[in-house]
Write a protein that binds this ligand. Structure first.
Ligand code: DOR
Ligand code: ZN
Length: 345
């Protein structure tokens, strides 16, 4: 049995670091494990300009613990009226790594998102031409579509036509949760990839609803039935270069989760790499862990892999019930349980 695994330093291709006190509280968790991370732009107000992204990047750097070796990769939040020239300027100057498409009202802080993808024609032409990746929250928001069907319907109604109309556009379907998403990505060309969260490899919807409502397992896209979890998990450990690590760690203060209208988001950043390692170990796929965590993402984005390595050991790793105090008190994923892998310092 393998008891120690050393891999190239991984990256997190989808994380919410927030701002202000929460940013100060959580940035160190991500920087401890990952060399780089794609930073979600759904702040209030959202990050829609080069200047806003530069300022946010500076705040992230200032929030890191001393000596941290971490590069935030900034993302432009797409709105109906966004200027393609601003996006191109941000990309060619190295400030923006990608753009994020939130369908309006799909999730937390998406009110300024896109109401109709037809409004993005100029933006998508530009992104395809310059090779800038489009990161997609793939859910429709129509009131008549069941929340458990929203990803599959998005793929059929929006993503398939998008891929047809922009055949060279680089697209990451973020935090996939369904067999339909796995099938779509596997059946598409090399310019279509997906990120996978730890929770969507581990929980199905029973973990939210059986035995009482468990708000800390609620995120969007919501976890689906078991057959979908199995499909996503299989894709993640398959070794396919189309699938890579994106935690979607999304901290909310405990009172905003344990609430009559609780926020969507699972805070998995503190033990993310250990959680993924446990999944790959359970699947007998530790030999494919490095590809998923450290190699496939850079290859897709056209970036070098990180220098340096991390080492994980097989040893019990108890997860605390809460982390932080007051307005930054958050419940981590796996709270009160014990993970089987530990990241060496
Ligand atoms: O669960 C989620 N939380 N999904 C998202 O898409 C957004 C995120 C957040 O920002 O809290
Ligand atoms: Zn997210």
């Amino acid at each position: 049995m393998t008891d120690t695994i050393t891999i190239r330093r991984p990256d997190d291709w989808h994380v919410h670091l927030r701002d202000g006190a929460m940013l100060q509280a959580v940035a160190g968790y991500t920087a401890r494990q990952f060399g780089r991370a794609i930073i979600m732009p759904n702040l209030t107000p959202p990050v829609t300009t080069v200047a806003a992204a530069q300022a946010y990047r500076d705040r992230i750097m200032a929030a890191l613990p001393a000596g941290a070796d971490f590069t935030p990769l900034m993302v432009c939040y797409l709105t109906d009226g966004i200027d393609p020239a601003e996006i191109e300027r941000g990309f060619t100057s190295g400030v923006f790594t990608a753009c994020k498409l939130y369908p309006a009202h799909a999730t937390t802080n998406s009110a300024h998102g896109v109401t109709d993808i037809m409004k993005l024609t100029g933006v998508l032409d530009t992104m395809q031409r310059i090779g800038m990746p489009l990161l997609i929250h793939g859910e429709v928001t129509d009131g008549d579509v069941d929340i458990f069907d929203r990803e599959a319907v998005f793929i059929e109604r929006t993503l398939a036509p998008l891929v047809r109309d922009y055949p060279a556009l680089k697209i990451v379907l973020e935090h996939i949760t369904t067999a339909e998403a796995v099938d779509f990505v596997e059946g598409s060309g090399p310019n279509i990839a997906a990120t996978i969260t730890p929770q969507h490899m581990i929980i199905n919807r029973n973990a939210i609803l059986v035995g009482g409502i468990r708000p800390h397992n609620y995120c969007l896209p919501i976890a689906k039935r078991e057959k979908h979890r199995l499909a996503v998990r299989k894709a993640g450990v398959s070794g396919s270069p189309k699938f890579f690590l994106g935690t979607d760690s999304a901290p909310h203060e405990i009172g905003r989760k344990e609430n009559a209208c609780g926020c969507a988001g699972i805070f998995n950043a503190p033990y993310a790499i250990e959680t993924y390692a446990q999944v790959f170990d359970e699947e007998g796929a530790l030999d494919r862990f490095e590809g998923f965590a450290s190699l496939n993402g850079p290859a897709f984005y056209g970036l070098p892999v990180n220098e340096g390595t991390i080492t994980l050991t097989r040893s019990d790793n108890p997860v605390p019930a809460t982390l932080g105090e007051g307005e930054t008190c958050v419940v981590p994923y796996f709270a009160g349980e014990t993970l089987r892998w530990t990241l060496a310092d």
